[in-house]
Design a protein around this ligand. Structure first.
Ligand code: HAM
Length: 433
C-alpha cells in the first residue's frame, strides 16, 4: 500500500522550495536591516513552555497542540508558535544580562497545530517571525509593524489591509473581561461549549469563536476601546502616530483580539487577497506582550516584548499566483550534450571543469538522442548547450549553442573560459538593463 504524507502536512519540491527560500532570504535581509539577529530554537519543547507562556486559555494550546510523552515519560510538545520557545531560550541563557536591550531576534521554521486543514491552513506550516524583548517602548511596537510591512513590500505585495487594536494594560483588560462577562452571561446557555469554557478562562477568546450564532452575539459585545485606561490609550495613540509619520496605512479594528493569551497593548494583523481574490486568512499577526519572561523565571523589571509571525505558505500562495516568484528559479547555465557513448567520459570531466569556473552544469548520464537532450535542456531552463561529439573531441573544440537565439559556433577548449565569461557577462548586462 502506498504511504502518503500526514494529513495537513505538505511537501515543498524543487522550484517551489526556491520560492520559499526566496521569501526566507528577503525576510532575513529585512530583519538584518533593523539589527535583528537569527535565532534557532528546538521544535520540541517541554509542554509547560506553551501552557505557561502561550496561554492555557487559547485554542492553540488547549486543542491544537501535538503533545506526547517521550520514552522518559516527559510531556513534550511540537511548538505551535515561535514566541514562547524564543522567550524560554532568552531567559535560559540569561541573554538580557550580557546584551544591550532590547534583544532583537528573528526566526524561520516549522510550527505545528492540529487544526482542520483547509485553504491556507495546515497542520505543519512555516512561520517567519521576530521578537524584540526587554524594553517597553511604543517605538519598538511600531517598528515591529514597520518590519512586517517592509518585508511584504519587498516581496511585492500591494493592497494590504493592516488592522491594529490596543488590548490595553492589565487593568484595562481586567475591566474589559468583566464587561464581557456581564454582556455574555444572559446568553451563555445558548452558546457553544467552548465559549462556556472561555467565559471562565478568558472571555476575550469568546470574540474569536467561529460558530455563526456566537459571532453574531460577539458583534454587539462591548469594545475594548471603551475600557482602555488613560495611559493605555495614550500609548496606543503614540504607536499610531509613529505609523502615521512613516506613512503606514492602517485601520483601527476594535474587534481584533488575536488568538493567543499573552497580548497586551498594541496587536495587529495584515490581510491580503490573491490576484484572483482568494483569501487565505491573515498573512501575519503579532503584538506586544508583558509578563512572559517572568513565566520562565526571568527578570520582572524588563518583562516586555513585541513581535509577529507570518504564515509563509500564505505568502507563497499569493506571490505564486501573482507571478512575483516567476524569476526565482534561475535555471541552468549550461546543458552539456555528449554525442554518442564515446563522448560521455570527456563530457563528464568537462562538466566538472566548467563547474569549477562557477557555472551551473547538468548533463545526461547515458547515451541519448540529440532531440531528447534539447528537450531536457529546455525543461532545465538552460541558457546554453555545449555539444561535444567525436569531431569536436578530435579538434579540441565544443559547439556552443545559445538556446534562446539558437546561434551556434565552435569554441576551442582552451578559450572556453574566456568565451563563457563574455557570454554570461553579456547576459548579466542584459539582465540589469
Ligand atoms: P498567530 O496569529 O497564531 O501568531 O500566527 C501567525 C501567522 O501564522 C498567522 O497570521 C498565519 O499567517 C499563520 N498561521 C497560523 N495558523 C496557520 C495554519 N494552520 N496554517 C498556515 N498558516 C498559519 C503567532 O503565532 C504569534 N507567535 C505571533 C507573535 C510573535 N506574536 C508576538 N510575537
Amino acid at each position: 500500500m502506498a504511504i502518503n504524507s500526514v494529513k495537513g502536512t505538505h511537501d515543498i519540491i524543487g522550484s517551489e522550495a526556491m520560492g520559499y527560500q526566496y521569501i526566507e532570504n528577503v525576510f532575513k535581509a529585512v530583519c538584518e536591516l533593523y539589527g535583528y539577529q537569527p535565532l534557532v530554537t528546538p521544535i520540541l519543547e517541554h509542554t509547560e513552555v506553551f501552557t505557561r507562556a502561550t496561554g492555557e486559555a487559547s485554542d492553540v494550546v488547549r486543542k491544537e497542540m501535538y503533545t506526547f510523552l517521550d520514552k522518559g515519560g516527559r510531556s513534550l510538545s511540537l511548538r505551535p508558535e515561535g514566541t514562547a520557545g524564543a522567550i524560554r531560550c532568552l531567559v535560559e541563557h540569561k541573554l538580557a544580562a550580557t546584551n544591550d536591550l532590547p534583544l532583537k531576534y528573528y526566526y524561520f521554521g516549522p510550527v505545528f497545530r492540529y487544526e482542520r486543514p483547509q485553504l491556507g491552513r495546515y497542520r505543519q506550516f512555516i512561520q517567519a517571525g521576530i521578537e524584540a524583548v526587554g524594553e517597553d517602548s511604543p517605538y519598538l511596537d511600531a517598528e515591529a509593524i514597520v518590519i512586517a510591512m517592509r518585508t511584504l513590500d519587498f516581496l511585492g505585495f500591494r493592497d494590504l489591509k493592516v488592522k491594529v487594536n490596543s488590548l490595553g494594560d492589565q487593568n484595562s483588560r481586567e475591566a474589559y473581561r468583566e464587561a464581557l462577562r456581564d454582556y455574555f452571561r444572559p446568553h451563555l446557555a445558548d452558546m457553544c461549549a467552548d465559549c462556556r469554557e472561555r467565559f471562565e478562562l478568558n472571555p476575550l477568546r469568546m470574540l474569536d469563536c467561529k460558530v455563526p450564532a456566537d459571532i453574531e452575539l460577539g458583534k454587539l459585545a462591548p469594545k475594548i476601546s471603551d475600557y482602555l485606561s488613560e495611559e493605555a490609550e495614550k500609548r496606543f495613540y503614540k504607536t499610531l502616530s509613529l505609523l502615521n509619520a512613516l506613512g503606514i496605512e492602517y485601520e483601527v479594528d476594535p474587534g481584533l483580539v488575536r488568538g493567543l493569551d499573552y497580548y497586551g497593548q498594541v496587536v495587529f494583523e495584515v490581510h491580503a487577497k490573491s490576484a484572483s481574490g482568494v483569501d487565505y486568512g491573515a498573512l501575519l499577526g503579532g503584538g506586544h506582550y508583558d509578563g512572559m519572561l517572568s513565566d520562565f523565571g526571568g527578570d520582572k523589571s524588563i518583562d516586555h516584548g513585541v513581535g509577529f509571525a507570518m504564515g509563509v505558505e500564505r505568502l507563497y500562495s499569493i506571490l505564486q499566483e501573482g507571478g512575483q516568484l516567476d524569476g526565482v528559479d534561475p535555471g541552468l547555465d549550461i546543458y552539456l550534450m555528449p554525442l554518442g557513448e564515446e563522448a560521455l567520459p570527456d563530457c563528464f570531466e568537462l562538466a566538472e571543469q566548467i563547474r569549477g569556473l562557477g557555472y551551473t552544469v547538468s548533463l545526461p548520464y547515458q547515451k541519448m538522442k540529440m532531440g531528447a537532450m534539447f528537450k531536457r535542456a529546455e525543461r532545465a531552463k538552460a541558457k546554453f548547450a555545449l555539444i561535444v561529439g567525436e569531431n569536436e573531441i578530435a579538434l579540441g573544440e565544443v559547439q556552443v549553442k545559445n538556446l534562446e537565439s539558437k546561434e551556434q559556433f565552435p569554441v576551442k577548449i582552451e578559450e572556453l573560459e574566456q568565451t563563457l565569461d563574455s557570454l554570461f557577462g553579456e547576459e548579466e548586462e542584459h539582465h540589469h538593463e
